[in-house]
Ligand binder design. Structure first.
Ligand code: NAP
Length: 323
């Protein structure tokens, strides 16, 4: 089996460089897929309450843990404070709900999912205007939320904390007001969205970066269509430079896209519910791109963001909308 690699976090803990993404998979699909992911050897699992699959993942983890097939200490489970939970008094109770669903005593990493806050209606659904757009709560105070995130570490409910979808200015502001620096930033990152300034900033600040949607997140097109957003999205697996490099190493385009990310020192969390592709995505540690090939792929940066939250129409009006 391929070697398992880790990123060292600024608190002395380590995070497997390759993780398993779980967005846009139903409870039924994810039950089968997480079982398969654990069989294949994935030990880093990324989820969030907004993916609506924490309970199903929790059931699988519980089966594995109680059968002694895996030790809690060898798992790395990430979940996130959802956009409606972005209020200091909701941080701990929201994590406790995730922990109950995941059937865990702690998560390895708790991230603020987005820098913006949305409102919930009395049924717990996103509160919307008549035209369907989501209502935001503009009173978001990152420093106050972060203080509560720090409290989770002291209580042992999370081993590491971080942020997701924050831009450079937001991270800089947060770092000035925090006692404990974020351990991880999770952002969209792939050949077409490289954000070199943000990556450099995180490297200099000792914040590990996790790349989400590393394969271009094909499902976003369907989500966009559901809310009437028509947008052509790039197919990263068909990029000629990627295909050419893949051919040379007898690897797939997906493996080249993922390998390029881990060679940059980022962790990566591809999602697949297909057993063959899950194996393929994990099998990226037996080849190495040349400096010329890395440079060739670096040159493809086009500042194309796939997960621009257009499917959450209305959030772009929040004062902390990051993009
Ligand atoms: P992704 O991993 O870039 O792409 C997933 C898509 O690629 C699925 O349609 C999958 O289909 C397909 N795929 C997977 N492996 C493949 C392969 N080897 N060859 C061809 N197609 C392949 O997109 P993502 O799910 O958006 O991102 C990954 C994870 O990042 C998410 O699942 C989630 O955990 C996290 N994420 C976080 C945020 C955030 O706001 N923090 C946002 C987006 C994503 P099959 O399942 O059919 O294989």
């Amino acid at each position: 089996m391929s070697e398992q690699k880790y990123l060292h976090l600024n608190n002395g803990l380590k995070m497997p460089i390759l993780g398993y993404g779980t967005w846009m998979a139903s409870e039924e699909e994810i039950t089968v897929a997480v079982n398969e992911a654990l069989e294949i050897g994935y030990r880093h699992i990324d989820t969030a309450p907004v993916y609506l699959n924490e309970k199903a993942i929790g059931n699988v983890l519980q089966e594995w843990l109680s059968a002694g097939k895996v030790k809690r200490s060898s798992l790395f489970v990430t979940t996130k404070l959802p956009p409606p939970g972005n209020k200091p008094d909701l941080v701990e109770s929201t994590l406790r709900k995730s922990l109950a669903d995941l059937q865990l005593d702690y998560v390895d990493l708790y991230l603020i999912h987005t820098p913006f806050t949305v409102m919930l209606d009395e049924n717990g659904e996103f509160k919307r205007y008549e035209d369907g757009t989501i209502m935001v709560d503009p009173s978001t105070d990152h420093a106050a939320i972060w203080k509560e995130m720090e409290g989770l570490l002291a209580k042992g409910l999370a081993k590491s904390i971080g942020i997701s979808n924050f831009n450079l200015q937001q991270i800089e502001r947060l770092r000035k007001h925090c006692t404990i620096q974020p351990q991880v930033l999770q952002i969209e990152y792939h050949i077409y969205l490289q954000q070199p300034e943000l990556i450099e900033y995180c490297k200099a600040s000792d914040i590990a970066v996790t790349a989400y949607s590393p394969l271009g997140s094909k499902g976003v097109g369907a989500l966009n269509k559901m809310v009437g957003v028509e947008r052509e999205l790039p197919d990263l697996l068909e990029v000629p430079e990627v295909k050419q490099i893949a051919k040379k190493y007898h690897k797939s385009a997906a493996q080249v896209l993922l390998r390029w990310i881990v060679e940059k020192g980022l962790s990566v969390i591809p999602k697949s519910t297909n057993s063959k592709r899950m194996r393929e995505n994990k099998d990226i540690f037996d080849f190495k791109l040349s400096p010329e090939e890395i440079e060739q792929l670096n040159k493809l940066d086009a500042n194309v963001r796939v997960v621009d939250f257009a499917f959450f129409k209305g959030v772009e009006k929040h004062p902390e909308f990051p993009f």
